[in-house]
Design a protein around this ligand. Structure first.
Ligand SMILES: CC(C)(COP(=O)(O)OP(=O)(O)OC[C@H]1O[C@@H](n2cnc3c(N)ncnc32)[C@H](O)[C@@H]1OP(=O)(O)O)[C@@H](O)C(=O)NCCC(=O)NCCS
Length: 208
């Protein structure tokens, strides 16, 4: 079992390539990425900033949703969304899901999750992590996964999830939030084109 420093390095080295960037204002003083405990503590202090209700106007009003940090007892509600997010041809093994879930709550891991909650139900999630850069001191935030359940789409949930990742990344001194998406993911790209800048980078990959 690798030590926590090695595990963090592994995480950083596995974030390859970028297609879409969302720039947040950079902070003059970057926190030590190595001190993941610092990150998670600071993030919790800013949990109050994560409320993002939006009501759909018209005859069928929907209740506001809340974007908040994932909690340990969310697992049962998070798991169906996580499964629905995965493509049938590329199912993530249970063992990986279990470790990923544990990492959200491990203060030594730079891996985070936010959820969109509506009452007791979860209607969406976003997972993000921090890694180093050779070009700057500040950490960079990679938004790895985002999903909104079918019945809750077009209510601004994903927009709010991205916004809240940016708030937190900025709080932690990150200079940028970025993510990849499928070239043909029209829904995602319709949103991303409004909130982020499409870069000229193209992702290449070698599976090992
Ligand atoms: C992509 C996804 C996360 C968007 O979630 P969402 O909560 O519906 O998005 P939002 O409501 O925040 O969308 C904001 C805006 O983006 C645009 N948009 C979003 N979905 C769209 C669609 N299907 N068609 C056209 N425009 C769309 C609209 O301009 C929308 O604003 P509007 O509803 O006021 O017109 C969601 O469709 C999803 O979970 N898809 C499956 C998983 C996925 O593809 N994840 C992203 C991987 S990179």
């Amino acid at each position: 079992m690798p030590g926590s420093a090695e595990r963090r390095q592994w995480l950083g080295h596995n974030v390859l390539g970028s297609l879409t960037l969302f720039s947040c204002t950079s902070s003059a003083e970057a926190p030590r990425l190595a001190d993941a405990r610092y990150q998670k503590i600071i993030v919790r202090m800013h949990a109050a900033a994560m409320w993002a209700p939006r009501l759909r106007t018209g005859s069928t009003q929907m209740s506001p949703f809340v974007v908040r940090e994932v909690e340990v007892n969310d697992r049962l509600n998070w798991e169906p969304l996580w499964q629905a997010y995965q493509s049938p041809s590329r199912k993530i093994p249970d063992e990986v899901t279990n470790v990923t879930w544990q990492r959200f709550f491990d203060e030594l891991e730079p891996v985070h999750a936010l959820v969109a909650a509506e009452g007791e139900a979860l209607i969406g999630f976003v997972h993000y992590l921090f890694h180093r850069s050779t070009a700057q001191l500040a950490p960079i935030c990679y938004l790895q996964d985002m999903y909104v359940e079918d019945g809750s789409r077009r209510r601004g949930v994903a927009r709010s999830l991205i916004h809240n990742v940016c708030l937190r990344a900025k709080t932690l001194g990150a200079s940028r939030v970025y993510w990849n998406t499928g070239k043909n993911n029209a829904a995602a790209r319709a949103l991303y084109g409004q909130v982020a800048t499409l870069t000229g980078f193209v992702q290449y990959r070698i599976d090992l």
